[in-house]
Ligand binder design. Sequence first.
Ligand SMILES: *Cc1c(COP(=O)(O)O)cnc(C)c1O
Length: 506
Amino acid sequence: MNADTFNALCVPVNLPWKQALTVMDDTAQGVLLAVDPQGRLLRTITDGDLRRAVLGDVPDSKTLADLPGREPLVADENATPAQLQERMNALSIQHVPVVDAAGRPIDLVSARELASRIWLSSPHLGEEESVFVEEAFRTNWIAPLGPHVDGFEKELAAHVGMGHAAAVSSGTAAIHLGLLLLGVKPGDTVFCSSLTFVGSANPINYCGARPVFIDSEPQTWNMSPQALARAFEWAQRENRLPRCVVIVNLYGQNADMDALLPICEQYGVPVLEDAAESLGAKYKGRASGSFGQLSIYSFNGNKIITTSGGGMLVSNDAALMARARKLSTQAREPAAHYEHVETGFNYRMSNVLAGIGRGQLKVLEDRVRARRRVFERYREALAGRSDIAWQPEGEGQYATRWLTCFALTGGDPADRSARRDRLLHALERHAVEARPVWKPMHMQPLFAGAPYFEHAPGEDVSRALFEAGVCLPSGSNMSDADLERVIGLLLRVLGRDQADKERAAA
Ligand SMILES: *Cc1c(COP(=O)(O)O)cnc(C)c1O
């Protein structure tokens, strides 16, 4: 429901009921909100109320105030979807109006919306996954390892133009192996993008290494080259150059590798590229995830393509990848008996899940196009709003738009953050899952005390993006109707905020 429809629902309580019938038909929500001259809600008028008036031969001159009725059931702004649902169930009603402190309706939640939640990013299976999985069953390759694992690795490596791939149990496991393969040891320093999911940084702790977090730049929301350069200067002075740099491609947008890689090369430090969210993206014509000495992808349930859970390590270095396979299967030495010299892990992907992955890989391009289309639709629908800045797509970039994200602009940080929270809360009330942008690692209690390098001294870009940033539902299987439902809500909530501000300024 957009703002115009919602405003049309709010009718004066002295409106003749015959006229209300027309409004009911035009708005098609099955409910009207009858308000007093101050805009306070007095009555909720349902389809049924008006139908009974027709059957009861109520004179045309009677108004909504004259119809039999009861006090409206209302909710305040803080009501959760569960509370709203409970009230609707208890009273067998289909709508609950939400009112502000003065009793004016500001929102209307329907039972229908609550029954069909819109997810941030849900799995989207194609047609061939089950064929591959059935083949695994038929041939009894249910064990970890097997022909689908080999096939998935070869197909994915070819897809992104890398020499080798190793399928593992998660993206996080791939990063852990990657750090070990690059020689990260207890006490070592590892540089890492701050604005990311904790899965990028947890493996630094697994290795007993010390993270140093690098801020984002406004252009890509990814690692800031100037912050990276300052971090290296500091590390050299402190005589603790990092063992490697974890560069994240956030929300499907590649980091600016042309600026970042030369800095790492200058210090002779390898890059582990975290492309968990950017499989299918391109940077200057090259596949995202083909820039690191080692790169990783994730097939977690909410990613671009999924195996329900899984990850992939890719590289052009055959020796490193042979070691990856060994470490991920308990580091067994080549001997018929089980001989072990070093600590290994049970990190391999199972043959059944790799079958799902092979099917998903066939529809990857499709999924990326669908997500980009979702983004374009949001951008088009909200084009008139100057209080929104989308995550930019830099020159030469082809992002997956894994999640469509924007940051609110205008006002001071506290105001932006309050508006962001109101928006998320309003979406949640309508059973729409949206999220803040990742909370940066340098702000996490887990990493308290870790050194951090801002984009520019006094300019903390990732913190600002977190405080004002929103990720919208972006699934490749989102229906047009769901997309329009989210857009209608966004326009209404953002518009209401703006109207409040204008009123306050007047
Ligand atoms: C999802 C994700 C990971 C971790 O992947 P899992 O497969 O969930 O372990 C790592 N980094 C980023 C940026 C991610 O989005």
